[in-house]
Every structure is written in structure tokens, then in C-alpha cells.
Design a protein around this ligand. Structure first.
Ligand code: MG
Length: 365
């Protein structure tokens, strides 16, 4: 099965309500969809959202990277040569991990279709069901408590609370939410780089002393401040999860060797796809460090890829794959299915995606 062409398209899915973090606010999930075609008529799908505030990758940069660097290098290659193709994608340009992830995901989808197996099975997994947490956007403490109560009433047992714009109000947010949901619900806090190391230590110690029972705190400090991250990790008892501090396997190696965080949040858009994510998993496992699987605001195409990966690696123990739940509609048929907090992978080959409605296909190579 040979790759004969690659095209890109745009998909925009409205959110039920605006998604707010310490870094940005968005009301749609904008996706660049990639389709890799083959001489046997089988297509592979991937996705890259333009999360410029986090990855630096804009729509234009993703389209240019895929169209002018990645696609020409892949056309003519055999789908079975996965490792070599992933290497070619990785070396096609510096950066643009989102564009690379889109190609990597589509190549894995095709690889599964070539062998007639769902991706999680090809990667060695057996389980295909798990529960995701649910993200509460950054708003006033009262509004967030209302959102949290609603999520709990819908059956979510783990909530990821966005904080990080003002550490005093953040403490009030966590207190108000804990009071609203009771003691049985898992609370995770994601500061999205919003605190200084000293603010983070004060905030986390306060939460510990107040008995707010926060399971983990994600990326408390600036992404580049590895020393600050380590300082926070060393100073508190709460689990510190590195998110924006870890993109590549090399970033992970640094965090792991310094023990600058207790856990790593893997996102395909940071690691450049499943290939890079598997390397991070292997290193983390060797160091006895568990990982979370997360996503940007992505459609079900790339979230399905993340779900397959998470079922294939036991080092991934926490799941933050709720973006499709936050969407007002689901244009992707097939792939992972959601029933409340529960995600189930299909046993169709590859990612199991049947069709994607509403894509505006832009260019073909
Ligand atoms: Mg995060």
C-alpha cells in the first residue's frame, strides 16, 4: 500500500460554552484535518489544531509545514515502513509539532488499516474502555462551583480545575469547588504556567493545610522555568504534573533526570504524534514516573489517536480527553465513543474513523 497524495482541510466545531484558561479563551475547536491517500483507495486521517498560544503553531504554519515539507517527503512511500516514515516526518523541519502530529496520526491510522487491526491492539493494548476527567473553565469561584456541581451530577468523578490567573482567587476557587462537590470527587488543578514558583508553593501548601485534597497540580510555573518547577515539586507533598514543560522526548528526559516533576502530561500535539509519545512513555516507565494523556482543544480525530495510545501503555494512568464532550456537535463518525465520562474505542482497523463531516478541503498534493 503506497502513499499517493495528501490533502488538508479545515474543520470548525462550536463549543457548548467558551473554554477559558490562564493562557487563552476560545469558543470553537478549530482543526486542520489531514488525509493521506493510498493507491488502494484506503485513507488515513490526522489532525492538528492551531493552538498558537501553547505550541506556537498557527493555521498557516501547520498548512505550510504539512504541504511543503512533510507531504512531499511521504508521497511514494509504503505504508508498512512506519518507523522510517515517522523519522522522515520528524526530520522534515524543526518544530511544528502539531503538523508533525497530524501526519504521524494519519500514518498510524493507515498502518492499522494495512494490517486490519485497531491501533491500540497493534501497539500491544488489550483494554478499550476508560473514564476521562472533565475540565472546569477559569471563571469566578461561584460560576466554577456551579459548573463543577453540574459535571458531578452528569457522572464525572474527576474534575480538572483551571486556575492560574491570580493565586489568591485561585485558592477561593478550589475551596468553593471542594465545598460544592463534596469529598468523593477527584480534583485536579491546572495553573497553565500562571504562578511564580513562590506563589505556587504558597498556593499548594495552603490547599494541603486546608485539606482540599487536590490530587495533583499541573504546570504551576512558566514552561521554560525547569528550576522553578523542581523547586515547587521538592517543596510540596502534592503531585506536580509537567505539561507545557514537556514537548519532546528530550524535554521529558530532562524533567525525568532532574526529577523536576512527579508526572508528565503527554499530548500528541506537543510530542509530534504517537512516535514521540511512545518514547516519552518508555523513559517515564523506566524512571517509575506515571503519565497523564491529555489533548489541546481537538476534535475526535486526534483525541481518538490519543485514546488508542493510552490503552496501549500502562504507564499512562490518568486520562484528560474531554474536548469532544465540550463540543456542541460531533462531525466525526466512528473513532472513540463517549458515554458520559466513559470512552470506548472501536475495534475497527486503525483509528476506526468512518467519516468527517463539514471539512473544507483546501489543497491537494
Ligand atoms: Mg495543562
Amino acid at each position: 500500500m503506497k502513499i499517493t497524495g495528501i490533502r488538508l482541510g479545515k474543520l470548525s466545531i462550536p463549543l457548548k460554552k467558551p473554554f477559558k484558561t490562564a493562557l487563552r479563551t476560545t469558543s470553537t475547536v478549530p482543526a486542520n484535518i489531514i488525509e493521506i491517500r493510498t493507491d488502494e483507495g484506503v485513507c488515513g486521517y490526522g489532525e492538528a489544531p492551531p493552538t498558537a498560544a501553547i505550541t506556537g503553531d498557527t493555521d498557516g504554519a501547520i498548512r505550510d509545514a504539512v504541504g511543503t515539507r512533510i507531504a512531499p517527503a511521504l508521497i511514494g512511500r509504503d505504508v508498512s515502513e512506519l518507523a522510517d516514515s515517522l523519522d522522515i516526518v520528524e526530520r522534515s523541519l524543526i518544530g511544528n509539532t502539531s503538523g508533525k502530529a497530524a501526519a504521524d496520526i494519519a500514518l498510524h491510522d493507515l498502518w492499522g488499516k494495512l494490517y486490519g487491526l485497531p491501533l491500540y491492539k497493534l501497539l500491544g493494548g488489550t483494554k478499550r474502555e476508560f473514564a476521562t476527567d472533565y475540565t472546569i473553565s477559569l471563571n469566578s469561584p461561584e460560576e466554577m462551583a456551579g459548573d463543577a456541581r453540574e459535571a458531578v451530577s452528569e457522572g464525572y468523578e474527576a474534575l480538572k480545575i483551571k486556575v492560574g490567573n491570580d493565586f489568591r482567587t485561585d485558592m477561593e476557587r478550589m475551596r468553593t469547588i471542594r465545598d460544592a462537590v463534596g469529598g468523593a470527587i477527584l480534583l485536579r488543578a491546572d495553573a497553565n504556567q500562571g504562578w511564580t514558583p513562590k506563589e505556587a508553593i504558597r498556593a499548594i501548601k495552603f490547599m494541603e493545610e486546608e485539606g482540599l485534597d487536590v490530587e495533583l497540580v499541573e504546570q504551576p510555573v512558566a514552561s521554560h522555568d525547569i528550576e522553578g518547577l523542581k523547586k515547587v515539586t521538592d517543596a510540596v507533598d502534592t503531585i506536580i504534573l509537567a505539561d507545557e514543560a514537556v514537548y519532546s522526548p528530550r524535554d521529558a528526559m530532562k524533567i525525568l533526570s532532574l526529577r523536576a516533576a512527579d508526572m508528565i502530561n503527554i499530548k500528541l500535539m506537543k510530542s509530534g504524534g504517537i512516535g514521540g509519545a511512545l518514547k516519552i512513555c518508555a523513559m517515564a516507565e523506566a524512571c517509575g514516573v506515571e503519565c497523564m494523556i491529555g489533548a489541546m482543544m481537538e476534535s475526535k480525530v486526534s483525541v481518538t489517536a490519543a485514546a488508542h495510545l493510552s490503552m496501549a501503555r500502562r504507564v499512562i494512568t490518568k486520562y484528560d480527553l474531554d474536548p469532544p464532550i465540550l463540543c456542541a456537535s460531533d462531525p466525526v463518525k466512528g473513532g472513540v465513543t463517549y458515554k458520559g465520562a466513559l470512552l470506548t474505542l472501536s475495534d475497527a482497523p486503525g483509528l476506526g474513523i468512518e467519516s468527517i463531516e463539514g471539512v473544507e478541503w483546501e489543497e491537494s498534493r
